[in-house]
Write a protein that binds this ligand. Sequence first.
Ligand code: NI
Length: 253
Amino acid sequence: MFFDTHAHYDDPAFDNDRAEVLAGLKDHQISLVMNPGSNVASSHAAIQLAETYDFIYAAVGVHPHEAKDIADHDLNTLETLAAHTKVKAIGEIGLDYYYDHSPRDIQQLRFRQQMALAEQLRLPVIIHDREAHGDCFQIVREFPQVIGVYHCYSGSLEMAKQLLDLGWYLSFNGAITFKNARKSLEVISYMPMDRLMLETDAPYLSPVPFRGKRNDSRRIPLVAEAVSAIRHMSLEEVARVTTENGKHFFRIP
Ligand code: NI
């Protein structure tokens, strides 16, 4: 059984067949899904999905792309939403200097505010860090009480070691099946197995040979296969360990 620790089923890409896709997941050995929010509306939608499906859990937060579109009162809304029993994290939050959809100072401000919210609520965080490794890690270190996961980890082995020392987790998706994945594979071969989680980032980042197509949780075994090859573990063992890690990290009974 697999735990897809990062999938966006509230995304419009699933508007035509969301119920169908979700209904089929259990038959494909997907037992749990974490659906992070990307803005306030999407956080609401994530909770709605978690209320409808017993195997879906939600995180609430504002993605760095959307940082420019939120107001201070939206942070109060996130705080209210986070009280829901199926909300297990604040996310996804962080910095994205690749697309720069929001000005960097605004991204940093909203990131810090949501880290503070996680600290206050004692919730873990789900981090999005693209081409912003230095600033992102600096802000992470400003909140030593907060534990989190770097989703789609793309940093160096050196930074991974420091994050692991702080008790953080790293999660990986279809990107590790791409040709340029050398750095991630190095991190996966080094890191302790009890800090590794699997995800799809659906509808994005379909693993090879489906690269470029819409992704969903049914493709997570392809990610697990890549990990099992690097770690010389069976697919079943990778599935079991990573699912346990996800349940532990998100405090899912
Ligand atoms: Ni995401």
